[in-house]
Each structure stands twice: as C-alpha cells, then as structure tokens.
Design a protein around this ligand. Structure first.
Ligand code: GRF
Length: 214
C-alpha cells in the first residue's frame, strides 16, 4: 500500500563516528525501540581506537569496523576504504554522527546526496570546528543544531532539519553543548525518519519534503 512504511525497503545505514557517540546511541536506541521501523544500522565505522562510541555500540546488535585514519597516507585513501566497507555492508545512506574527519569526493561521489551530517550550530552560521565556541564568542542569543546533506564544502549542503537553542547569559561551551546535544539526538532521529519515509527531495541547494509518500 502506498505510504505504508511496512512495504518500504529497509533503509540500511552506515554510521560514522569518531568519539563520544551519543548521536549514534540515540539513533540505535530509536531503531531498537521501533521508532524508525524501516531503518537499520548496517555498520558502525569509527576511526579512533579508544573512542567511547565503541563501548556504546557493544549494547546493540550492530557490526562494527575500525578504520584508523592514522594508518592512511591521505584523506582519499581513508575514504576509499570507507566506501569499500560501506558498500560491503550494502549501505544506502551514510550518517556522519560526530565524524571528525573532512571527507573527500571519493566518499561523496560514492553516495551522492546520500550522506547526512549533524553540526552543532544553525548553519550557515559557524561552520567548521569549535562551532559552539564560535557562536559564544560572537555573542549570538540563539544557537542550535543542523542536519544537512554533505557536499564538498564543509558544513555546506542542503538543510534537512534544524533546532534552535537559546543561549543563556551564563552559558559556557560545556553547558550550551549539553543543551544542543539533547536537540541533536531528537533531530537526527527525525531526519533519518524522513529519509526512511522516502519523502526527502534534494535539489542543488535545498532539500524539500514531498507532501505525500511516494
Ligand atoms: C556533535 O555535537 C555533532 O554535532 C558534532 O560532533 C558531536 C558528536 O557528538 N558533529 P557525539 O559523539 O555524537 O556525542
């Protein structure tokens, strides 16, 4: 039946994470709880051997691969192996959930407009590293987080979801990061749910939602 998520093919996700892994966990818990019924994590790939995400992943029935970026001579070489692992796991969408490596065209062209990233600012404000510190230094009164499609320019692609988080007078990077992360966990699950619904249409600069399920 059109619009019935049961009838839709399962969305096989490859999740990339570098450190803490709380976004990975939020996604894995949502899937485990049946909140995204037609998605599954086909593989988690991490790049730091001592990353906490490795321990978090142990709780879930998810295949795990370590690709240590220090073993590669350049970014393209790492991305070639990433593509190999993702294809081997028959992944159709990639989720960069705190993947702290700049990706190259090797990965992007293997999954064109099929890579999500989560970033802790209201893009296009404060792209790049230390986004929360950048926002505090600038003195913004509202910050937040963004889930977007990955393009070659860092943190630049079409935006799927955003959430605003008010900045408090006495916020430090740590306190603001904590409140932004709560929103990230919700937002990432929402974004993957939209992708799994098949309603996301991605144009050159903008992502839109079709009103009806295909
Ligand atoms: C998040 O703040 C995300 O926006 C950024 O990296 C952080 C990852 O956090 N890209 P975690 O590892 O998922 O806890």
């Amino acid at each position: 039946m059109p619009g019935n998520s049961e009838a839709r093919p399962v969305l096989r996700l490859g999740v990339l994470a570098s450190g803490n892994g709380s976004n990975f966990q939020a996604l894995a818990e949502a899937i485990e709880a049946g909140r995204i019924p037609n998605a599954e994590i086909a593989v988690l790939i991490y790049n730091n051997p001592d990353a906490l995400v490795r321990q978090r992943a142990g709780r879930f029935n998810v295949p795990i691969r370590l690709l240590n970026h220090r073993d590669y001579e350049n970014r393209e070489a790492l991305d070639r192996d990433l593509v190999r692992e993702l294809k081997a796991a028959q992944v159709s969408w990639v989720v960069m959930a705190g993947w702290m490596r700049r990706v190259t065209d090797v990965l992007i062209s293997a999954f064109p407009d099929r890579i999500l990233n989560i970033h802790p600012s209201l893009l296009p404000s404060f792209p790049g590293i230390r986004a929360i510190e950048q926002a505090l230094d600038y003195g913004v009164k509202v910050s937040g987080c963004t889930v977007h499609i990955v393009r070659l320019v860092v943190d630049s692609g079409p935006i799927l979801r955003q959430a605003a988080v008010p900045v408090l007078e006495d916020d430090t990077p740590a306190t603001l990061a904590q409140r932004i992360q709560l929103q990230e966990h919700r937002l990432l699950v929402e974004a993957v749910t939209l992708v799994a619904s098949g309603r996301v249409q991605i144009g050159e600069q903008r992502a839109q939602l079709s009103l009806d399920s295909p």
